[in-house]
Write a protein that binds this ligand. Structure first.
Ligand code: COI
Length: 356
């Protein structure tokens, strides 16, 4: 790897953080990675102390939404070695989002160098607690300062890192949404772009006022087929099948989703990716066949669901009886802290070949 330009802080703030009590998303580490896209190429790649940006009011990302991001996590093993999980998958997905949003792709080698170097530099910020991690937020925004609906000519790619605890410390309650939609075929549902999350805020606010934690989205044409949850993909255990909605263009292709499908198949579970209607879930619940519901995501990891509301029907689940979700959660967490052997080559030491 090339040596990046690195400017370090004089004193790290890591020791001032109580890792037993970390609110998600509020504490940033000492440094950040920045790169600029100018004249058709990525340049000025460096790691610098975390600081505010100075941005022109005409910034195109703010007005027309060219903004994409990723979510990754770094963990540590018992010896304190910083670890990354399937980092290449994130640059592939970042660049798929970039293509859809008419933004330049970021080179894979530079992405990996940035993540490895930054995480190695911030290794003292990786919380040792089970279920906690260093959240890695790569993102790209348009940087042109001129109004007009057109792709920007300039961009910034950045990575921030944040120590985080569990996103959902307790089981979640979901409301199946029948008024608002997340994404339609041909739209941007598959891209990890800021607007998808902005569009979820108002319906999620209404659901929260009714006592629900998140929306469970249904398809945009018939409000029939389950899509995903505001912050994660979703799995159902019905009878002896583990079912997750097939990603046909409107659903985010979760990397945790893909990982869990593979882990469960390896364990012998009958995992099926297909369309799943909300009626099928209701019928399964009435028959007593709806055994588990759980979400998967980088931030959420595995979130247990204990209630789903659809119209007047409320379906209750008992997470203390779940078997598939705890297996999935323990396995992914065990891989990530190297208490389970990684036969897949998914876990890589952060910055093993870089000095930071
Ligand atoms: C993630 O799971 O990393 C995400 O980006 C989802 C976000 C709601 C935190």
């Amino acid at each position: 790897m090339n040596k990046l330009k690195i400017t370090k802080v004089e004193n790290s703030a890591a020791s001032s953080v109580d890792f037993n009590n970390i609110p998600f998303g509020k504490i940033f580490t000492d440094h950040m990675y920045v790169a600029d896209y100018i004249d058709g190429e990525w340049t000025n790649m460096e790691i610098v102390p975390l600081e505010n940006l100075s941005i022109h009011p005409g910034n195109l990302a703010w007005h027309y939404g060219q903004s994409i991001f990723e979510g990754m996590k770094a963990t540590r093993d018992a010896a304190g070695t910083p670890l990354l999980f399937r980092p290449e998958e994130h640059v592939y997905r970042l660049n798929a989002s970039a293509r859809r949003m008419c933004m330049p792709e970021f080179p894979k080698e530079a992405f990996l160098e940035a993540v490895h170097t930054l995480v190695r530099l911030e290794k003292d910020w990786i919380p040792p607690q089970e279920g906690s991690a260093l959240y890695i937020r790569p993102f790209m925004i348009a940087m042109d300062s001129a109004l007009g609906v057109r792709p920007s000519d300039t961009y910034k790619f950045m990575i921030c890192t944040l120590p985080v605890g569990p996103y959902y410390p307790k089981p979640v309650k979901l409301k199946a949404e029948e008024t608002y939609i997340r994404a339609a075929m041909g739209g941007v549902g598959e891209a990890k772009t800021a607007g998808n999350y902005a569009a979820s805020l108002y319906p999620a606010k209404l659901a929260k006022a009714e006592g629900y934690d998140q929306i469970m989205w249904l398809d945009a044409n018939e409000f029939k087929y389950i899509q995903e949850v505001g912050t994660m993909n979703i799995f159902f255990v019905i009878g002896d099948e583990v079912i997750t909605p097939i990603t046909e263009g409107t659903i985010l292709k979760g990397i945790t989703r893909k990982t869990i499908i593979e882990l469960l198949k390896d364990k012998g579970y009958n995992v099926v990716e297909r369309r799943l209607s909300i009626d099928e879930v209701v019928e399964a619940a009435d028959r007593g066949d709806l055994k588990e519901v759980f979400g998967t995501g980088t931030a959420a990891v595995i979130a247990l669901v204990d209630e789903i509301k659809y119209r007047d029907k409320v379906m209750y689940l008992d997470p203390s009886k779940f078997e598939v979700a705890p297996y999935a959660k323990n396995t992914i967490n065990g891989l990530r802290n190297r208490t389970i052997e990684d036969a897949k080559g998914w876990v890589v030491e952060a910055g093993a070949t870089v000095e930071a």
